[in-house]
Write a protein that binds this ligand. Sequence first.
Ligand code: UDX
Length: 417
Amino acid sequence: MRVAVIGTGYVGLPTGAGLAKLGHDVTCIDCDRAKVEKLRAGEVTLFEEGLEELLKSGLESGRLSFTDDMAEGVRGVQLVLLAVGTPPNLRTGQADLRYLFGAVREVAPFLPSNVVVAVKSTVPVSTGDEVEALLRRLNPGARAEVISLPEFLREGYAVHDFFHPVRIVVGTESLRARELIRELYAHLPNVPRFLFVARRSSEAIKYASNAFLAVKIHYINEMADFCEAAGANIHEVAQGMGLDSRIGPAFLRPGPGYGGSCFPKDTKAIEHMARKLGVELSLIRAAIKGNKKRRENMAQRILREVEDIPSPKIAVWGLAFKEGTDDCRESPAVEIVQRLTSHYVDVCVYDPQAMTTARRILGDTVRYAPDMYSAAQGADVLVILTEWPQFDAADWKRVASGLHSHHILDFRFFKKR
Ligand code: UDX
């Protein structure tokens, strides 16, 4: 099948490269010419396990190509995937659809007839209706069928998740579009679980899922505070809870709060939608508020730890919003570091992948260490803020010998070191 993917970010790139591996002819379109040039040369523009190999194999097979030219990108395609960003409006929390509608307007005149346009970007419920109306107005001859095809890839595991999806949700009443999506994923290693629903339901499934997981994390974080105060061990408690199949063990890891490009944005967006509809989403509201407060509380705890030390030195392990990625968007680690530096303490940071992305935000307000042991050298307290497995598996004797005093605040693994 000939497929065009618009947007080459954390969703578009693994999806495009993955589809080429499944045997489709894929053109990825991005308006950033410099990025297109890099991708054509096989250079990945973001860190994702296995993505570079997938990109290279796609380019070598000739089934994966990149362009910044819409007309060229969608020539003869049966399917267009919209995978552009929908960042939050910082004031209202509403999803900003300017890139999505910008792409729709730009692609409309070049769409071949009977094309299916699938919205992969996370969009407010009813956006599919608007996209369809706009396409019908701008290019009635194309008779484009607009469907919702939400993406559930996790950053850091995007390649794995592409080939092993837990479910594929397809929002459309059109039998033709449903068959096309079945064909799209026909060569996955295992037959995926398809769920065909109405377009608006599909759009809502994405928000409802992400918000539920965010609430679950907020819950376990509050429970961690409770357990600490009550003298119980949160890991044992989470394990005990997770054994109940009605609860499940996933997303019961306490930490400095959820971050990334999805949970913070999607919780705010669904809350905004609900408010407009006059519906109260009290649990999601509590999670948003609690998650913000948690970052503040963590920073306060670190500062309390060093309050009696003149010119304290703090070592921070972890900057990415979670392990396995270089992404620092809405990273609790970065926000906590910013709170620390606003109190003029000396902070030395290390992250296995996110040094470059973090430097764009933190600039020269912190010191950057070449490895985790150097970061801890001479520090009064060591703080772990991202769940990279190499931090958990550190040589703790070596860490202790470098630390000025044996103070470790482990906000991810919550272990005594
Ligand atoms: C999420 C969804 O999981 C994915 O399905 C969707 O497509 C995009 O959003 P992602 O943002 O990549 O994926 O990360 P995820 O692994 O879900 O973690 C999100 C945040 O929650 C991270 O900051 C992580 O550290 C935190 N988290 C996760 C916890 O604090 N505890 C947990 O138990 C799980």
